[in-house]
Design a protein around this ligand. Structure first.
Ligand SMILES: [Fe+2]
Ligand SMILES: [Fe+2]
Length: 186
């Protein structure tokens, strides 16, 4: 298969594993309750997504590549480690929106191989729910943390998101534009 596509699908896969582990760790320390239940479903989804990408690569006759650094690592480096649950949900919301936009762009790109199209369609449906539940949970924290603080936190993480995204384009732009014209641009 195309080397750039193999790299991109491996990148997605690594990122999904990173997401599953991040939310898995959180689910372990959260008190049982609605938030922990949603978080558990969330990390189960992300683990499934990693598996879907593995299957998709196999359907295209390729093994996943081993990639060292995940998008999440870069995120935490740029944004700083979140210090409370509200901040965790805020960074998650920004991140999930980025993932959703990337997958949705990719889905619209021309000449999509069928296994990639099917995998993206399945994952996008789950990612919609991720944005919904995290947005709801974050809104419910406005009473405790203050609406302005939540809004400021979101703004801070959005700036970090832009920074990480631009860095990713600088680093990987060439192989991506070769593969998905316009997909990584906004
Ligand atoms: Fe995912
Ligand atoms: Fe997600």
């Amino acid at each position: 298969m195309d080397a750039n596509l193999r790299w991109l699908l491996s990148f997605y896969r690594t990122s999904e594993i990173g997401g599953a582990l991040f939310f898995g760790q959180l689910s372990k320390v959260l008190r049982p309750g609605p938030l922990q239940q949603d978080m558990t479903r969330h990390f189960a989804d992300e683990a499934q997504h990693a598996r879907y990408w593995t299957d998709c690569l196999a359907a295209l006759g390729a093994e996943p590549l081993r990639l060292q650094q995940t998008y999440q690592d870069n995120y935490l480096a740029a944004a700083g480690t979140p210090v409370n649950l509200m901040e965790i949900l805020a960074i998650t919301l920004v991140f999930e929106k980025r993932v959703f936009a990337q997958y949705a762009h990719h889905y619209r790109s021309p000449a999509l191989p069928e296994p990639v199209r099917e995998t993206l369609a399945k994952i996008i449906a789950d990612e919609r729910w991720h944005i919904r539940w995290v947005g709801r949970a974050l809104a419910s924290m406005e009473a405790e943390y203050g609406r302005d603080t939540v809004a400021d936190t979101l703004a801070r993480f959005r700036r970090a998101d832009e920074e990480v995204y631009r860095a990713a384009i600088r680093e990987h732009g060439e192989r991506l534009t070769a593969l998905l014209i316009g997909v990584m641009k906004r």
